[in-house]
Write a new protein. Structure first.
Length: 92
């Protein structure tokens, strides 16, 4: 009998800690996504300075050469937005 009360108590605890179904929440899905994005951005703001400092301390001259090559390749390749704008100008 004691075993049953523990088991039912565990079930009650686990069911009370679950998130409500999405339909039961009062906020629209878009607001949930926005809140999640803001949380991600806060975490990034906390960890990126230290990660960047570590990367800067470990960078080699070969890494810098490779970064410059990547940047140059990006400059030569048009972005999706500029390519779409060019297509619209050509079409109109």
């Amino acid at each position: 009998m004691r075993h049953r009360s523990v088991a039912s108590g565990q079930r009650a605890l686990s069911s009370s800690t679950r998130e409500p179904p999405r339909a039961a929440t009062s906020r629209p899905r878009g607001l949930d996504a926005t809140a999640e994005l803001l949380q991600v951005m806060e975490v990034r703001a906390c960890i990126e300075p230290s990660v960047t400092a570590r990367a800067a301390a470990r960078v080699t001259p070969a890494d810098i050469v490779q970064l410059h090559a990547l940047l140059e390749a990006m400059r030569r390749e048009p972005s999706r937005q500029s390519a779409e704008a060019q297509r619209r100008r050509n079409a109109g």
